[in-house]
Design a protein around this ligand. Structure first.
Ligand code: PEP
Ligand code: MN
Length: 338
């Protein structure tokens, strides 16, 4: 930890901090410069944090050397984490994983026909919301447990793993019973009690970046889950709110290589919510593959015009087939397989 003192700080004031550092069992360093005094503290930064050095009046800044997220960081865990979803797809390895399906489970027929389109294209993981976190309380809220039943049955019938969103800590248990992976949506990325509850199980979880969350916030949210004992965390970049209006969100693809460099967790991209524009989904899927993402989560619907949620960004079946065809050369170019 590096502690920069304010100009004009006396030696006595610096000594006071050096003493506090020693008392914590860490090694203090005194580095006087021509204009500023810089202090160092060598040792466990978690212990040093308890000193709250940033609130001392003589301190200008405190910079930790290690990242604030420990368990999800590459510093302590250099190898890539692989997460299996239902034994059907392995996220974080050589395969570029496609998770596809409608925004919401609307009926058995809608889900079956949509899933068949994806399955025919080789997709082994089916998404579909049963509990929908809608911005408006008047919008379709999902079929609830009935939606979970349909998702589970259709997944089994087609040999696909299943993913669905959980929106309430009280639902973690029931949702876990029906699907192979839980999804924590953007609106719940910092629902810390739910993260802790999910962390107490072993169910794989796709943790989506909040729409106003920094990359560090996302990694710290993942740390909540892993710190409770569940290592099966998959991150997902799904766009953030900016002043741009031509897209629903601004898909921050720079987050992908950053996260790859600083964390061992796999990361997916959701170009559907990330852009909100059907025509942008295929190009941004290719971009996701090119910048090192482990896969994508894409909304596709058998009849997007009749969709009860997110129809405007749901791919028509033929668009989904084209996406898969156009994606292959990019995936191969980065040394992966589809
Ligand atoms: C979703 O994937 O269905 C969804 C609601 O996404 P997000 O949480 O990213 O808005
Ligand atoms: Mn959606």
């Amino acid at each position: 930890m590096i502690i920069v003192l304010k100009p004009g700080t006396s030696k006595e004031a610096a000594d006071e901090i050096l003493e506090r550092i020693s008392e914590k069992g860490c090694r203090p360093l005194y580095m006087p410069g021509t204009e500023r005094v810089v202090l160092g503290a060598i040792g466990d930064e978690r212990v040093l944090k308890a000193l709250h050095l940033e609130s001392y009046p003589q301190v200008e800044s405190v910079t930790p050397i290690l990242s604030p997220y420990k368990l999800v960081s590459r510093e302590l865990h250099p190898h890539d984490t692989l997460v299996s979803i239902g034994g059907k797809v392995l996220v974080g390895g050589q395969r570029f994983v496609i998770i596809a399906g409608p925004c919401a489970v609307e009926s058995r027929e809608q889900l079956t026909r949509t899933a068949e389109v994806a399955r025919k294209e080789g997709v082994l993981c089916l998404r579909g919301g049963a509990f929908k976190p809608r911005s408006s309380p008047y919008a379709f809220q999902g079929l609830g447990v009935q939606g979970l039943e349909i998702l589970s049955e259709v997944g089994q019938a087609l040999g696909m793993a299943t993913v669905t969103e959980v929106v309430d800590v009280a639902d973690v248990e029931v949702v876990s019973r029906y699907v192979d992976a839980l999804q924590v949506g953007a609106r719940n990325m910092q629902n810390f009690r739910m993260l802790l509850e999910i962390g107490r199980g072993q169910k794989p979880v796709i943790l989506k970046r909040g729409m106003a969350a920094s990359v560090q916030d996302l990694l710290l949210a993942a740390e909540y889950i892993v710190s409770e004992g569940n290592p099966n965390v998959i991150l997902c970049e799904r766009g953030i709110k900016t002043f741009e209006t031509v897209t629903r969100n601004t898909l921050d693809l720079s987050a992908v290589p950053y996260i790859k460099q600083h964390s061992h967790l796999p990361i997916l991209v959701d170009p559907s919510h990330g852009t909100g524009v059907r025509e942008l989904i295929s190009p941004m899927t290719r971009a996701a593959a090119a910048c090192g993402a482990d896969g994508v989560m894409v909304e596709v619907h058998i009849d997007p015009v009749a969709a009860l949620s997110d129809g405007q960004q749901s791919l028509f079946p033929e668009q989904f087939c084209s996406l898969m065809k156009d994606l292959r050369p990019i995936v191969e170019a980065v040394g992966k397989t589809l």
